[in-house]
Design a protein around this ligand. Sequence first.
Ligand SMILES: C[S@@+](CC[C@H](N)C(=O)[O-])C[C@H]1O[C@@H](n2cnc3c(N)ncnc32)[C@H](O)[C@@H]1O
Length: 323
Amino acid sequence: MLSRPFEPGPELTAALTRAQGNAGAYATLSGQYRSAAGTGTVFLSAAEKQAYLAARFPATFAAISMALSHLLDAYQGSDWTSLLDAGCGPATASFAASGHLPGLQTIVLADADQSWFAIAKDLANACGNGAIADANAVAGPLSMVRAQADLVVAAYVLNESASKEQDTLLDTLWNAAGQAILIVEPGTPHGFATIRRVRDRLITYGAVIASPCPHQAPCPLRDPDWCHFSVRLNRSAAHRRAKGAKLAYEDEKFSFVAALRNPLDLKSYRARIIKRPVKHGGHVRLDLCTEGGAGPRIIARSQGPHYRQARDAEWGDIWPPHP
Ligand SMILES: C[S@@+](CC[C@H](N)C(=O)[O-])C[C@H]1O[C@@H](n2cnc3c(N)ncnc32)[C@H](O)[C@@H]1O
């Protein structure tokens, strides 16, 4: 079970609340993202950026954070000191990575919409994150980025481009990745289609898939199934207001793939739980992805310690758990 932070700390939360102003208009924003999917970069107005900070930042932060946790759980050699945050928006991935990589010193923020940089740096200054406050900011299309970093993260970015353009972007991002790359997309069939395509392409480059897949074989999932995960986050009052929501939490669904140049220090694991475990009186049903395929596994009470592990297991965990 993962135990790293999936929510911004108190200083960043306070800075976000100030930057949000009286954020509203999230419905417009989400409609805009849906209708623009695959058609190119979306430029948001100042008011829409405030709505993004209120309603999307906490969720994308949580998803990136959890994906990073999965990567770092599988890979023990992550003494990474540099990050390229590609399609950074308000530097969500940089803030999330700062919580996981204490040695992070150098950050490059890259985005077509350069008005995000000042927002990201104001947030960083307000919460004392020197690496983001001093980050090198590169404005323009990601296909032109020439930076290099140990870790490259592109979160909620590729879906904005058409498939052919995604391939070119991925070529650039993989060339920029000294050691590792993480791509995160919405946990929808469309988002997963992007992730599957990215995964296939990374394997042709010779990359080693570190997470979430326990193998390098072709993805065994067939339509209408799609591989995605879920992270629960608390909603602030501003977040609830921006979304017109009543619940004090939300579940962000996301799909991701993380890959490495060098598989040394990558722990091997047999399977990953790719759906919410179903717990019955005398047995637990785990949906597993393995090298041999994907499908359900029933763990019965008679299996003793295995059953107890299965009762504690969560969607996204590896199976069986590391000792
Ligand atoms: C949905 S936002 C995601 C922001 C941030 N990564 C997050 O997870 O919260 C997508 C960002 O990627 C940028 N973007 C998308 N495609 C791009 C491209 N081809 N070149 C440069 N920036 C791009 C957009 O300007 C936008 O700021």
